[in-house]
Ligand binder design. Structure first.
Ligand code: CDP
Ligand code: MG
Length: 744
């Protein structure tokens, strides 16, 4: 440490990235702080509190690194010291004692199932061990994650531990964001991205190891990867092509729960490697009676813990971004009311769409004397480990996507969690010491009402996109594809029907040129179709903007509680002429572009600048993808009909006609649906509409709605609609004044 300290005192000995005066002053400041810290700790070291001293020093380095990548670069002259400290911290993880044994097992077996509790070091350490053991010499080490945030944050962490800049040796790849280079050998990527890579490289020749992490989550992409990877390592049966066989590919399946036997059975009895975890006792408290309002109960519980329990951070599980934001707001409001009577409460939200710069905040050490409360989605259940959590608040809900193949309706509903989830959640409080878990449901609820395990996504989702991927990989017989748990045959059939209707498959079920192109787009199928159809209507410029804005989702408009009227008025400006939600999104983007992408303009118009920037990034990528296909970018801004026809080309299955009392009926599936109140057409109620998607909340709502001329349906999709579908006599029953075409 003395030598290390010397490096800190002598900044001139390192290789500076940049020598401007400001930066030097800044470094001096940091180095001063470092010396101070190390100095004071040295005294403590003499009092034999070695372990504590050591951890504290790590904290300092972490904090400076966590300030952002730049800080890390500026301190790069001290990278050696940082590296050593990481190395030592790495040795304290539960997985470390098993390093050699694990490497031996990987060497011996082609497929290995690895089980270890969350936080034991599977995700961050195993790829590093493999790298250290030379596996990266003849290929990449890939590690898949079900969630993009996890992939990004883990890659950042591992790059720090390895002392390299993120994006060089260690990188990540998530949808619309690639942070890798030719040098990248350790690559974290979402399972969906690896699936995309299969299309470009059907035998994954550039990989020497693939680790399918968080396998217990059983996402759709993970399940499909299982089938493809299994086929790749003994390829004869599936691809019927010896050259695709990868007898050299190492496959690791890692999971946090104990249902590993199922994975092992599936992979021809692959051995199971268990990493014993360390876990402290967790006190579980249930509520006496069911909570009528779980969000309020969660907030109250957090405040109760804060005022009555010893220091230690709190982790609250909430279903989604919306609930997290509103809980954060209420917590801020209530703690402000209490002023200095209570200790500081640092509120940290974490959810899938959280911008990268805010993600690092959850890992920052809690200031002395304060308490951190992390408001998280399921992401904190197993994919991210936050140190220092002592209390868990579990309302018992999560958002689950489900799909009804009969009605072709996707829904994202808040559902009760499973027993397996409840146990995982509770366990998060007992990682570094004894913990407490407050379940906001009754013990009876837990035992009697909760399912044991989650239904794999493949059995409750729309399969169209995955079916297209498999078809593009040359897999003809989907019924006999080796699924770990097969999807319902009705869902497969529906997927094939939709692909056929969209023109992605031909009559014998093979992908068409359109289908090949659609699969290459990292977009939802119908969006891809819409984008590709824009070529015909000469409005690709407009359509890729709309596609990018739709892909960003609900987070474009900002509606603060205290300024709702102002926000709604600002939003209505984009809807002048009842143009519909798609065109309104286009107008938002174009106006922003006209101001030269001004942040100020976003504030003034209650638009979230971050979402807009994301839309711009996505748009750029779509532009490049079209260029790759040789599709010319053309603008047709004055012809809104052309734009709407291109939208219809992708979304014609989503058409609906107005009924009595302002409800709608979907034309093909005969479902009763409603225009979502957030739509610009919610009061207008045009007779025919096309919608982006359905959500089931209090009612079945159509989101992002645009008026449609019914003859377009027959014109654009004659194989799908017949004249009688759009000559519905239902119009006679319409209330007066409704159902007239609006002019825009
Ligand atoms: O994958 P597994 O749950 O077994 O553990 P891991 O994600 O490799 O985490 C190992 C350690 O790294 C934990 O103590 C985490 O708190 C820490 N970590 C972190 O501090 N920041 C990250 N972005 C990721 C992990
Ligand atoms: Mg992990």
């Amino acid at each position: 440490f003395d030598a290390a300290l010397q490096r800190y005192r002598d900044p001139g000995s390192g290789d500076k990235m940049n020598s401007c005066a400001e930066q030097e002053a800044w470094e001096e400041h940091q180095i001063g702080k470092a010396t101070l810290k190390f100095g004071s700790k040295k005294k403590r070291q003499m009092s034999d509190d070695h372990q504590f001293v050591f951890e504290d020093q790590i904290e300092f380095i972490k904090a400076s690194v966590m300030d952002g990548v730049k800080v890390f670069q500026r301190l790069s002259s001290s990278a050696l010291l940082i590296f050593h400290l990481w190395l030592d911290e790495r040795k304290t993880l539960p997985i470390y004692p098993y390093r050699e044994e694990l490497l031996k097992a990987v060497k011996e077996y082609q497929v290995l199932v690895i089980v270890g509790e969350t936080g034991s070091g599977k995700t961050t350490q195993i790829p590093q061990y493999l790298h250290e053991a030379g596996y990266a010499e003849h290929g990449k080490i890939g590690c898949t994650q079900p969630r993009r945030v996890a992939a990004m944050s883990v890659a950042a962490r591992v790059s720090q531990e390895m002392g390299v800049k993120l994006g060089l040796e260690v990188g990540y790849s998530v949808r619309f964001e690639e942070c890798t280079s030719a040098k990248t050998v350790v690559k974290y990527l979402t399972d969906g991205m690896l699936l995309q890579e299969f299309l470009r490289e059907p035998n994954l020749a550039s990989y020497s190891v693939v680790m399918v992490d968080e396998a217990h989550e059983r996402t759709l992409s993970t399940d499909i990867l299982f089938g493809l990877l299994k086929a790749s390592i003994n390829s004869f049966n599936l691809f019927k092509d010896i050259s695709r066989s990868r007898s050299d590919l190492k496959l690791l399946i890692s999971s946090a729960t104990l249902d590993a036997v199922k994975f092992s059975d599936y992979f021809n009895s692959a051995p199971i490697f268990k990493i014993p975890g360390r876990r402290f006792p967790v006190d579980i408290h249930y509520t006496k009676a069911p909570e009528p309002d779980y969000l309020d109960a969660a907030v109250v519980t957090v405040l109760q813990i804060h005022v009555t329990q010893p220091l230690g951070d709190i982790l609250v599980f909430l279903p989604g971004q919306e609930e997290i934001e509103s809980a954060a707001e209420v917590l801020k409001h209530r703690t402000r009311g209490l002023g200095s009577k209570i200790a500081e409460l640092v509120i940290c939200p974490i959810y899938g769409n959280l911008p990268t710069d805010l993600q690092v905040k959850i890992f920052e050490p809690t200031p002395e004397g304060a308490r951190k409360v992390v408001l998280a989605t399921n992401i904190a259940e197993t994919s991210l480990t936050i140190d220092g959590i002592k209390y868990v608040v579990d309302p018992g809900f999560s958002k689950v996507k489900s799909y009804n193949p009969r009605t072709a309706m996707d829904s994202l509903l808040v559902n009760p969690i499973t027993k397996a989830s409840a146990m995982q959640r509770a366990g998060r409080s007992g990682r570094t010491g004894p913990g407490k878990c407050f379940r906001l449901y009754t013990a009876h609820n837990y035992h009697a009402d909760m399912e044991d395990n989650i239904v794999p996504e493949i059995q409750r989702t729309n399969l169209a996109s995955v079916v297209l991927t498999l078809k593009n990989l040359g897999i003809r017989d989907l019924v006999h594809f080796d699924f770990m748990d097969p999807p319902p045959s009705e869902a497969l059939l529906k997927a094939l029907e939709l692909l056929f209707a969209l023109g992605a498959l031909n009559s014998v079920g093979e992908p068409t040129l359109l289908g090949k192109r659609m699969a290459a787009f990292p977009l939802d199928l119908m969006l891809s179709k819409m984008v590709l159809a824009s070529e015909k209507y000469k409005c690709s410029e407009e359509i890729i903007t709309i596609a990018a804005m739709l892909d960003v989702g609900d987070s474009i408009f900002y509606r603060p509680k205290d300024k709702q009227v102002l926000a709604d008025n600002a939003k209505m400006n984009f809807h002048t002429g009842n143009v519909g939600d798609h065109i309104a999104l286009l107008k938002v983007y174009c106006s922003w572009k006209e101001t030269n992408f001004s942040t100020q303009w976003c504030y003034e118009n209650f638009i979230q600048v971050r979402s807009m920037k994301r839309a711009r990034d996505i748009r750029d990528q779509l532009e490049r993808q079209l260029e790759r296909f040789g599709i010319e970018l053309t603008s047709n801004a004055d012809d809104l009909e052309a734009v709407k026809k291109a939208i219809t080309s992708g979304f014609f299955p989503n058409s609906a006609e107005l009924q009595k009392f302002g409800s709608y009926r979907t034309v093909k599936s005969r479902q009763t649906v409603h225009i979502h109140p957030s739509s610009g057409l919610a009061q207008v109620l045009p007779r025919w509409v096309i919608y982006h998607g359905l959500v089931l909340t209090t009612k079945e709502y159509m989101r992002q709605v645009t008026e449609l001329s019914p003859k377009w349906l027959v014109e654009i999709a004659p194989h799908y609609y017949q004249q009688k579908d759009v000559e519905n006599p239902g119009a006679k029953n319409l209330p007066r004044g409704q159902g007239r075409a609006t002019r825009g």
